[in-house]
Design a protein around this ligand. Structure first.
Ligand code: BGC
Length: 346
């Protein structure tokens, strides 16, 4: 069995380390308290061979310097807020614009760039906390966040997000891991199959923020209710041909708060399958469209479509679309959401 890595550096006087969780099947996951990032994840294939299935970097210095949200916790609000503006109880709030005309993933210095405090660390569980102060990146309210990572003996990574505020605010947290089930650095994910339990998707406007329209997937390129090889769709004009998929699907569920099966990604040669479950209403499927020859682990090159992200989250731009599931958190409430990545072989 591996032992927890002793790597440690400091940023602004705060310690940044790498924590390793193990399970009885030999799976392991390395997570750093910088951005709460999953750095590597070793998963068996159908012959019992372990490979690292997430994009990342070899050193903590590179993790800080290069970012790309690889494996990070995105917040205070994951994905886009149109024009970086929203309104709560008649007060308009403005965020930094960091993506075209919109605010993306919490702004210029989102939760992916924060040094999270380590509340506890064991071989099974890592508990991180963060205080995002009132006015942080323009968001109102002191927000206290706890993110708990658990690696189970059922080969699941469970991510539990809990947050409370002292003033009405908006919250939307996600994990931004980039998966390649053939193993990191082994080329495209276009040969992976994707299945999504989603009858609807949110339509994007010209700025790539959801316009508010929700459309059925029926008879469109967005219909992944039956598992489909990604290469069959990725260049469809419904997405961005030559770049890939970067859209939010509405997850089928019986009741808010239920842990619903979002769908899965399957890679036939390794036999690895990753199911995704969440309590959140949406999933952003992103094929690493803006990754352009990034030098990654062991000098391997990461390119566009070499990974797939299934970012479970609230619907992007929901603070500006009243009929989307609400992302509003008030002092009397609690943000309490789960995302589970479950690995198996077939
Ligand atoms: C967004 C992409 C963005 C990427 C950044 C995704 O969640 O939808 O548009 O480029 O994150 O890593």
């Amino acid at each position: 069995m591996k032992t927890a890595k002793q790597l440690q550096i400091e940023l602004d006087g705060k310690p940044i380390s790498l924590y390793t969780l193990f399970n009885k099947n030999g799976m392991s996951v390395d997570i750093t308290n910088y951005g709460g990032k999953i750095i590597s994840l070793f998963v068996p294939d159908k012959n019992g061979k372990f490979d690292d299935v997430v994009l990342g970097f070899d050193t903590l210095e590179e993790v800080i310097e290069k970012d790309f949200y690889f494996g990070a916790i995105c917040g205070r609000f994951a994905n886009r807020i149109k024009d970086g503006k929203f309104n709560i109880d008649g007060v308009e709030y403005s965020l930094a614009i960091n993506n075209g005309t919109n605010s993306l993933h919490g702004g210029l210095h989102g939760f992916n760039e924060k040094v999270w405090e380590v509340k506890s660390a064991s071989e099974k569980e890592l508990v991180l906390s963060l205080l995002s102060p009132d006015g942080d990146e323009g968001y109102p309210g002191n927000l206290n966040i706890i993110t708990t990572y658990t690696l189970t003996d059922e080969n699941e990574i469970k991510i539990h997000y809990e947050a409370t505020t002292d003033k009405a605010t908006i919250v939307g947290l996600t994990n931004h891991s980039y998966f390649n089930l053939k193993g990191v650095g082994n080329g495209t994910v276009c040969d992976h199959q994707l299945q999504l339990n989603a009858d609807f998707y949110t339509v994007l406007d010209e700025s790539f923020a959801p316009s508010g329209e929700i459309r059925p997937v029926e008879n469109t390129a967005f219909d992944f209710r039956i598992a489909t090889v990604i290469s069959e769709r990725v260049d469809h004009e419904a997405f961005v041909p030559g770049w890939g998929m970067d859209n939010n699907w509405c997850i089928q569920k019986n009741q808010a708060g239920d842990l619903a099966l979002v769908g899965y990604v399957y890679e036939p040669v390794s036999g690895r399958k990753m199911e995704v479950l969440t309590t959140q209403p949406g999933v952003q499927v992103y094929t690493g469209n803006y990754i352009d020859k990034v030098i990654g682990k062991k000098g391997k090159i990461y390119d566009r479509q070499d990974a797939i992200c299934l970012e479970t989250q609230g619907f992007p731009n929901s603070p500006n679309v009243p009929h989307f599931p609400s992302s509003l958190l008030r002092p009397e409430g609690k943000y309490d959401e789960w995302c589970v990545y479950k690995f198996s072989v077939e």
